[in-house]
Design a protein around this ligand. Structure first.
Ligand SMILES: [Zn+2]
Length: 425
C-alpha cells in the first residue's frame, strides 16, 4: 500500500493524495491552486486513467477545483462526498468557471464537464460505514465549512485518517470536529496554522461587533468583505447578537451559498435557525445593480463578497465609500499575498478600476478562521496519536514547525512529503 502526494505538500492548494492498495487507486480530494495568470493542477493528474474512486473532503476549490478534469478526460469513477459538499462545490465551480472565462484564464475543462459531474457523485451520510471495491470508509464531521468531512479509510487491515481541513472548536456556523478514534495507523493532516496560534474567537467577535457599533455611532457605514462559503454565514449569525439601528444588506455570491446551506438538513450546522431568521427575514438582499446603486450611498452594514476584495460587489461599494473617513472596511479573515485585501490592510490602498486608491476610512482585520489553530492541531495529534503522522496542507514553515513539535512530543513517526513524493505504508 502506498500514498502519493500530487499536491498540497509543503504548500496550500491543489490537495490531491493518491492511495494505492491491492492494485486499486483512489484519490483523496482533487483541488487546484491559484497562481498568477491561472491555476496549478495536481501533478500528473491527467495520467490517471485507471482511478477507481474519488473521496472529497469539502467544497473549497483547493480540494475540488480539478474535479471537472476527470469528466473532460473521460475518467469514469464514483465521487464520494456529503450532499452539502456536492451542492456547494457546484456553486463554487460554476462561479470560478465564469470568472476564469471573464479573465481569460483558460480552464482545462468546458462547461459541459461541470454538468456531467453530477452522474458520478455518490452522496454519503456522516458517521456511516461504506464499502467500495477493496476499501471501507466513513465520513466524519470536520467542523471547517458546511459539508466538510474527515475521511476514515480501512484498507489491508490498516486505518488511515485524512483530516481534510478541520476545526475542533465550535464556531457560529459549524459544530466542531470531535473524532473519537482509536488505533489509527496513519493520519494525514492539514497544518495551515502549524506555526501560528489563532486569537480567542469570542474576544475577536466582541471587538468586531463593538467596532460596527462605533462606526454606526459616528455616522459611517461598515463594509464587511466576506468569503462566500462559511464566513458570510458566520458574520450573519454574529450580527444577530446585537441590535443595530441601520439596515444590514447582503450582496454577492454569499447569498446563493447561504440559500444552498439552508436547503440541506445537515446535522453539523450550528445555529441553522438563527441563520435562517437573519438571511430570510432580517437582512436586505441586493438583487440588481440598480438596487445596489440606490442603497450604497446610505448608512448601513454591507456584507458582501469577495473576502479578499479581488472581485464581486465589494469593489462597487468601496468605489462609493472609500473617501468618507467615517466609514470602515472590516476584513474578516486571512488575506493572501498580492490581493487588494492585503495591500489595503498593510499599505492602505486598493486598485479600483485600475486606479491605486488610498482608502480614507478605517480598515481593521479580524482573525476569524475555519481552520484549527496551532493548539488545536497539536490537540488532535495528542488525541489520535497515530503510529504514522503525515503533515501536509501548510506552507513550509507551518509544516516544519508542526512536524518538529510532533517529533519531540509524541511517539508518532512523522513524515513531511514534498509534491511528487511516495510514502510506502
Ligand atoms: Zn478548506
Amino acid at each position: 500500500m502506498k500514498l502519493i502526494f500530487h499536491g498540497a505538500a509543503k504548500e496550500v492548494g491543489r490537495s490531491c493524495i493518491e492511495l494505492q492498495t491491492q492494485g486499486d487507486r483512489y484519490l483523496l480530494d482533487a483541488g487546484i491552486k491559484f497562481k498568477e495568470g491561472g491555476f496549478a493542477y495536481p501533478e500528473k493528474i491527467i495520467n490517471l486513467p485507471d482511478i477507481d474512486g474519488l473521496l472529497i473532503s469539502h467544497a473549497h476549490l483547493d480540494h475540488t477545483g480539478a474535479l471537472p478534469l476527470f469528466e473532460h478526460y473521460n475518467i469514469i469513477c464514483p465521487i464520494y462526498c456529503t450532499k452539502l459538499t456536492y451542492v456547494l462545490t457546484k456553486v463554487l465551480l460554476k462561479d470560478s468557471y465564469k470568472i476564469a472565462r471573464i479573465k481569460n484564464l483558460h480552464p482545462a475543462y468546458n462547461k459541459l464537464d461541470l454538468e456531467k459531474l453530477e452522474k458520478s457523485v455518490r452522496f454519503v451520510k456522516y458517521d456511516r460505514d461504506y464499502k467500495h471495491r477493496k476499501i471501507n470508509f466513513s465520513f466524519l464531521n470536520a467542523g471547517h465549512v458546511p459539508g466538510s468531512s474527515m475521511i476514515l479509510i480501512e484498507a489491508e487491515g490498516k486505518k488511515i485518517l485524512y483530516t481534510g481541513d478541520f476545526k475542533l472548536r465550535t464556531s457560529e456556523l459549524m459544530k466542531g470536529a470531535s473524532p473519537s478514534l482509536h488505533e489509527i495507523d496513519i493520519m494525514i493532516m492539514e497544518s495551515t496554522y502549524g506555526a501560528r496560534e489563532l486569537p480567542e474567537r469570542d474576544a475577536v467577535k466582541k471587538q468586531f461587533l463593538d467596532k460596527i457599533e462605533e462606526v454606526i455611532a459616528r455616522g459611517g457605514s461598515a463594509l464587511i468583505p466576506v468569503f462566500s462559503l462559511g464566513r458570510s454565514q458566520d458574520v450573519l449569525i454574529m450580527l444577530s447578537e446585537r441590535k443595530f439601528n441601520v439596515p444590514i444588506y447582503i450582496d454577492g455570491m454569499c447569498k446563493k451559498v447561504a440559500s444552498r446551506i439552508l436547503s440541506v438538513n445537515d446535522p453539523y450546522i450550528n445555529n441553522a435557525n438563527v441563520l435562517d431568521e437573519m438571511f430570510n427575514h432580517r437582512v436586505i438582499h441586493i438583487g440588481s445593480d440598480r438596487h445596489r446603486q440606490r442603497v450604497m450611498g446610505s448608512q448601513g452594514i454591507f456584507v458582501t463578497s469577495s473576502g479578499m476584495l479581488q472581485g464581486g460587489p465589494v469593489l462597487s461599494y468601496l468605489a462609493e465609500m472609500w473617501h468618507d473617513p467615517r466609514n470602515a472596511v472590516l476584513l474578516t479573515g486571512y488575506q493572501c499575498k498580492r490581493t487588494n485585501g492585503q495591500t489595503l490592510i498593510e499599505e492602505g490602498y486598493v486598485y479600483l478600476d485600475g486606479w491605486r486608491t488610498y482608502v480614507k476610512g478605517e480598515v481593521v482585520k479580524y482573525d476569524f478562521s475555519g481552520h484549527a489553530g496551532q493548539s488545536e492541531l497539536r490537540e488532535l495529534i495528542r488525541k489520535i496519536h497515530p503510529k504514522k503522522l503525515i503533515v501536509q496542507h501548510g506552507d513550509e514553515e507551518a509544516v516544519a514547525e508542526l512536524a518538529k513539535w510532533a517529533g519531540m512530543n509524541t511517539h508518532s513517526k512523522v513524515y513531511v512529503p514534498s509534491v511528487g513524493d511516495e510514502i510506502e505504508i
